[in-house]
Every structure is written in structure tokens, then in C-alpha cells.
Design a protein around this ligand. Structure first.
Ligand SMILES: CCCCCCCCCCCCC/C=C/C(=O)SCCNC(=O)CCNC(=O)[C@H](O)C(C)(C)COP(=O)(O)OP(=O)(O)OC[C@H]1O[C@@H](n2cnc3c(N)ncnc32)[C@H](O)[C@@H]1OP(=O)(O)O
Ligand SMILES: Cc1cc2nc3c(=O)[nH]c(=O)nc-3n(C[C@H](O)[C@H](O)[C@H](O)COP(=O)(O)OP(=O)(O)OC[C@H]3O[C@@H](n4cnc5c(N)ncnc54)[C@H](O)[C@@H]3O)c2cc1C
Length: 554
């Protein structure tokens, strides 16, 4: 079975695992040398491909291929990446059997190494499509090695850094972005509380304005208001963006974001701050998630991220956005870039799992079809093909969709914010659910070998499971998608206008008619697949007609 090269690319680091899957020089249980038992050579050495794998990689990886290869080399050369040379190739993989403390320290050592090699140059100080695509490409490569490392960089650059970029103004950019890019400070992102995660509007941290001092006062009024799960907070972060209700003269103006220092440069916790550890997790133990309490912490008035709203020195609340919902939306926008990178990272994880399972099925033999005949290759079983190949096809499709989303993001305009929010929410949920289902199928498809930690699929299940929850719980994000589609549909119907966004456009045409003589070639044609999706989407109209009394549309 020919393998598309981005799976080979993704499986570069799994090759050692496949040897373990089928033969492990260090594993006495597998018979390696004798002819009567298993013998194995990687399929890409023995198989001829009926298409140009380098071209396939170009289509799938889509952008910054040379930058990716440069970073792969940098990682292979770094001692902190656990490189092992086998057969003239370098293989790298984190040691997930280390303690939580050791994994956390390894993450920071790897960040230091990458910083020294200039990997983060321009991540915040350079603007434009090229700079953003290079950053996204580097993140693809880094998360391919280790999710914790990617998440720590994601929190620092995309959440802390993104909040300053998109919710801050010049004074914040000038003061904080360069120190963030050089790691002179370490940022984290305090949105979630013990009592409120999905429901951001319900958070209980309260910030008031002290007119006399010209300062904000941030307070954690109760235990459920403690900031919880904050990546980087337990050991390392020096600064955080705090999301808090803003109370001016007794009027709650809703959720706003403020910059607060939580440690000094020597790592000592700041006055009026309490910090605790969230403890060991089922995965992602390379990230130090912490809990933060603010005990009437005083910060300068200038620390309000004021691109959307501001408080004047004499305590007036000012905002160009009168609609509180739209103001709230603006404070949530930094989450979008994270959701995009999580979606694309989930597909890479699916590819690594599929590379391992499909390569294994190209060598593992089970049961003979004829008395005393050779045992049958797993991938020759139709049942095994049906278990893995549809997931491979869907991973290809989601790769293309992820690249499409990246391009909307890097070419974003104020008018595309809503589309970006809806598409990134949908893709983050769909891609991460796909990844978890794919990894489970791949783990089972390798039988007992899939259960060996060195073959990584099990660890990846633990490391990536969180992607269905953080940066927006998948179920909640899909509710956002439904809400946006319904709003778009109802608005168009009420104005008797054609649909013009969110993928509803094809509903302006008639419902396609499914041919009665459905031959297998028709079923397999891309025209039929597209038509079938359109027919499914039209059921959306049937749902709406049933719900119309509630939606007040005729
Ligand atoms: C991963 C490996 C590789 C990559 C590495 C980098 C990754 C990058 C970072 C990774 C970090 C991982 C660490 C984890 C961090 C976190 O988890 S941070 C915390 C994340 N928390 C959330 O996401 C909270 C989820 N909840 C919400 O977003 C909101 O509460 C809500 C559910 C969307 C709001 O619900 P509700 O109160 O009902 O408000 P609405 O009325 O629905 O919304 C009001 C309007 O706002 C619009 N809107 C909502 N969100 C956004 C947005 N993000 N962008 C733009 N617009 C938004 C919404 O559509 C509404 O608009 P209208 O309908 O037009 O009124
Ligand atoms: C490892 C890790 C790292 C994290 N890092 C950070 C970070 O750095 N910064 C940060 O701010 N946060 C962080 N988070 C928090 C994360 O964003 C939240 O866990 C997430 O937003 C979900 O909130 P919650 O945990 O309170 O779950 P809840 O919102 O309580 O959801 C619990 C369950 O209820 C369901 N549910 C919720 N609302 C509805 C509804 N309306 N209808 C139906 N079902 C519903 C959900 O689907 C879910 O199954 C992290 C979390 C983890 C686990």
C-alpha cells in the first residue's frame, strides 16, 4: 500500500517504533534474524510507489517545506530531543516515562535550545502572511515531536502574545511583545476558573477601578473564582493575561482582559498572588498547569488591554462597541488562532498513528488462507482495510481543510472574524474528535504491539485527549457553529435574501436529486459525494421548518 509522503514525513519519528512493532534489536521477544520468523524492512525501502511521494508531501504540507525541513534538522541535532541514530537515520521521541517534574523541566530546556537556534525570531515582531505561515509551519513540526512543547509555546506566543497583539494597543505592543519573543518574560493565559470554563461570561474574578490611585484592583472573591488549569502558571510564568468582570462605579461592564505580573524574574511569586499546582494529569505532563488567586492585586490603569474598551483616568468607561455581545466576542478572538493550530496538529497526530498501524499491517501476518500456506498480511484482510483506509482518506481530507482554514486566517480581515470563529470552532472539534477515534483504531489494529509505550500510539492518546476540551470544549464549540448557521439561515429567510456565507450558499439552489440507479461507480464519484453532502445539508431546512415557530420565521 503506497504511503503518501507526509505520513512518511510524520512517521519519520515513528520508524524506530515500527521496528519495535515488528522487530526490536533491544527486544528479545521478537525473532529478528532467523528466516523462519518475522523479518522486516521498512515498506518505503521495499515498496515502489505508484506516485511521486515528494509531490504528495508538497500538496499535504502545503507551505514552508524548506523551513520545516530546517527545523527537523535543528531538532535532530539537539541533545535535549533524545535523538537515537538507527540505520543512518536520527529518531527523536520524548521520554513520557519521566516524572511530571522532569517532563516539565525538559520542556523548558527544549524551549531554551530552540530559542538559542533562533527558531522564534519574528514570531511576534514580524507581521504579514509570510511570517505567520512560517510560525504555523514551525508549530506543526514542534507538535509532531511533542504536544506539551507545542502547547507551552502556544500559550506563550498565541494566547499571552496573541492577547497583547489583538486586544492590546501600541503601548502594550511596545512594552511586552519583544520581551515575549525573547522569553525575557514568560506569559500565560488566565481565562478559566475552577467554577467556570466554557461559560466565560460567568467567571467571578472582579476588577474595580481606584480613581485616586489610577489603578485597577483585581480580586478573587471566592474559591470557585480561582484561576484553574493555567498552562505555565505552576512553575514558570512571570506574567499573565487575566480575564475578569470589570466593575466601574458599581456597574458590571462584562469580561475584560488585564496584564498582571505573577512572578519576578527570579521566579519568586509576586505579592498579593497565590499559586498552586494542578497536579499530575493523564497526559500533557510537560506543561505546568497551575491555579492562581489574586488578593486585591493592584495594577496600573494602562494594563487594561484596551483595543475594545478603555477606562479614562477620571474613571469613565469608554467603548466604541456598544453591543455587549460584540464586545465580548472581541475579547474571545485570541482563542481563534489556537483553535486553528490545534485542528491542524490533531491531523498530524492522526497521520503518525496511521503510519504506524498501516506499516505494521504491511508486515504482520495472521492465519493462513490455505493449509500450510503462508499466513495472510493484515492489510490483505478487507476488514482491516475498512478499519484503517477510510480514516486515512479522512485524514487527507482534513489536511486539505486545515490548510484552507490556515489561509483564511493568515489573510483575515475584520469582516472575516465571524467566519473564522465558526470555521475554526467546527474544525477544532471535528479534527480532534477524528484524531482520538483514529488513534484508538490504530492502537487496536496493532494488537498487543499497539499497547507498548515505545510505539507511542498509547502515549499520543493521553497527550492529545485534552484537545477535545481545552481552547473550547468541542460540544460547546459545535453549539456555537449551530447558533451561527441558524442565525445566518433565519436572517437570510427573513430578508428573503440568498444565503451568502458559512457554507450555506449551495442551499440557494434546488435540492439535488439522487439517481435511482446507484451503481458503485456513481457512488464512488466525487460528483455524487458532493451532491450527497448537499442533500444532507438541505435536511437543515427541514429541521428549521419544524423549529420555525420558535425561530419566528415563516
Ligand atoms: C496544540 C498543538 C499544536 C498547536 C500549539 C498551539 C496551540 C495554541 C494554543 C494551545 C493552548 C492550549 C492551552 C489551553 C488554553 C485554554 O484552554 S484557554 C481557555 C479556553 N476557553 C474557551 O475557549 C472558552 C470557551 N467558551 C467560549 O468561547 C464562550 O464562552 C462561548 C461559549 C463561545 C460564548 O458563549 P455565550 O456566553 O453564549 O456567548 P454567545 O452569545 O454565543 O457569544 C457572543 C458573541 O460572540 C461571538 N463569539 C464567541 N466566541 C468568539 C470568538 N472566539 N471569536 C469571535 N466571535 C466569538 C459569538 O458568535 C456571538 O456572536 P453573535 O452570535 O453574533 O452575537
Ligand atoms: C490540560 C489543560 C490545559 C488548559 N490550559 C488552559 C490555559 O492555559 N488557560 C485557560 O484559561 N484554560 C485552560 N484550560 C481550561 C480549559 O479551557 C477548560 O477546561 C475548557 O474550557 C472546558 O471548561 P471546563 O473544564 O470548566 O468544562 P465545563 O465547561 O464545565 O464542561 C463540562 C462538560 O459540560 C458540557 N457542557 C458545557 N456547557 C454545555 C452546554 N451549554 N450544553 C451541553 N453541554 C455542555 C461540556 O461539553 C463538558 O462535557 C486547560 C484545561 C486543560 C485540561
Amino acid at each position: 500500500m503506497a504511503q503518501e509522503s507526509s505520513i512518511n514525513r510524520a512517521s519519520r519519528r515513528t520508524r524506530i517504533l515500527n521496528n519495535h512493532l515488528v522487530q526490536s534489536p533491544s527486544d528479545p521477544t521478537s525473532c529478528v534474524q532467523s528466516n523462519s520468523c518475522l523479518s522486516y524492512t521498512p515498506p518505503e525501502v521495499t515498496e515502489s510507489f505508484d506516485f511521486e511521494t515528494k509531490e504528495m508531501r508538497k500538496i499535504l504540507d502545503f507551505h514552508n517545506l524548506e523551513d520545516r525541513d530546517w527545523l527537523f534538522r535543528v531538532i535532530e541535532q539537539g541533545k535535549v530531543f533524545n535523538g537515537k541514530e538507527r540505520g543512518g537515520r536520527m529518531f527523536v521521541i520524548p521520554d513520557y516515562n519521566q516524572t511530571m517534574e522532569q517532563q516539565r523541566e525538559m520542556t523548558m530546556k527544549r524551549i531554551e535550545y530552540l530559542l538559542e537556534r533562533g527558531v522564534f525570531d519574528g514570531w511576534l515582531m514580524k507581521e504579514g502572511v509570510e511570517a505567520e505561515l512560517k510560525k504555523l509551519a514551525f508549530l506543526d513540526v514542534i507538535q509532531n515531536f511533542d504536544h506539551s512543547l507545542a502547547v507551552m509555546l502556544g500559550v506563550h506566543f498565541f494566547l499571552w502574545g496573541g492577547a497583547i497583539q489583538f486586544m492590546g494597543t501600541k503601548r502594550h505592543h511596545d512594552k511586552w511583545l519583544r520581551d515575549t519573543e525573547t522569553f525575557a518574560l514568560k506569559g500565560c493565559f488566565s481565562m478559566t476558573e475552577l467554577g467556570h470554563g466554557s461559560n466565560v461570561r460567568g467567571i467571578e474574578t472582579v476588577t474595580t477601578y481606584d480613581l485616586k490611585a489610577g489603578e485597577f484592583v483585581i480580586n478573587t472573591p471566592c474559591e470557585s473564582a480561582q484561576k484553574y488549569w493555567i498552562g505555565g502558571a505552576a512553575n514558570h510564568a512571570t506574567h499573565t493575561v487575566v480575564f475578569s468582570q470589570l466593575n466601574i462605579d458599581g456597574v458590571n461592564q462584562g469580561v475584560h482582559a488585564f496584564i498582571a505580573q505573577i512572578r519576578d524574574e527570579d521566579g519568586n511569586i509576586s505579592p498579593n498572588i497565590r499559586i498552586a499546582d494542578c497536579g499530575h494529569k493523564i497526559g500533557l505532563n510537560g506543561v505546568d498547569n497551575g491555579r492562581i488567586w489574586f488578593d486585591n492585586l493592584r495594577i496600573p490603569r494602562e494594563n487594561l488591554l484596551n483595543s475594545v474598551a478603555d477606562v479614562s483616568p477620571d474613571g469613565q468607561y469608554l467603548s466604541a462597541i456598544k453591543d455587549p455581545d460584540q464586545r465580548f466576542a472581541a475579547f474571545l478572538s485570541p482563542l481563534t488562532s489556537g483553535r486553528i493550530t490545534i485542528a491542524t496538529s490533531a491531523v498530524f497526530s492522526s497521520k503518525v498513528g496511521l503510519a504506524t498501524a498501516i506499516r505494521y499491517s504491511l508486515s504482520r501476518r495472521v492465519f493462513s488462507a490455505t493449509p500450510n500456506g503462508p499466513e495472510v498480511l493484515l492489510l490483505d484482510y478487507p476488514s482491516h482495510q475498512r478499519r484503517l483506509l477510510p480514516l486515512l482518506a479522512k485524514s487527507y481530507a482534513l489536511t486539505f481543510a486545515g490548510n484552507y482554514l490556515k489561509m483564511i486566517y493568515v489573510n483575515r480581515t475584520p469582516g472575516s472574524a465571524k467566519t473564522l470563529h465558526v470555521v475554526s470552532s467546527a474544525f477544532k472539534a471535528i479534527f480532534t474528535w477524528h484524531n482520538m477515534r483514529t488513534l484508538q483504531e490504530c492502537r487496536e489494529a496493532c494488537g498487543g504491539q499497539g499497547f507498548k509505550t515505545e510505539n507511542k500510539i498509547g502515549h499520543m492518546k493521553g497527550e492529545f485527549d485534552v484537545q477535545s476540551t481545552f481552547e473550547g470544549d468541542n460540544t460547546v464549540l459545535m453549539q456555537q457553529v449551530c447558533k451561527a448557521l441558524l442565525s445566518e439561515y433565519v436572517a437570510a429567510k427573513k430578508k428573503n435574501k440568498p444565503f451568502k456565507g458559512l457554507g450555506l450558499e449551495h442551499m440557494n439552489g434546488p435540492v439535488p436529486v439522487i439517481p435511482s440507479n446507484l451503481t458503485s461507480s456513481i457512488l464512488r464519484s466525487s460528483q455524487f459525494q458532493v451532491m450527497y453532502c448537499q442533500v444532507c445539508n438541505h435536511t437543515f431546512s427541514q429541521y428549521i421548518s419544524k423549529a420555525s415557530p420558535i425561530l419566528c420565521i415563516r
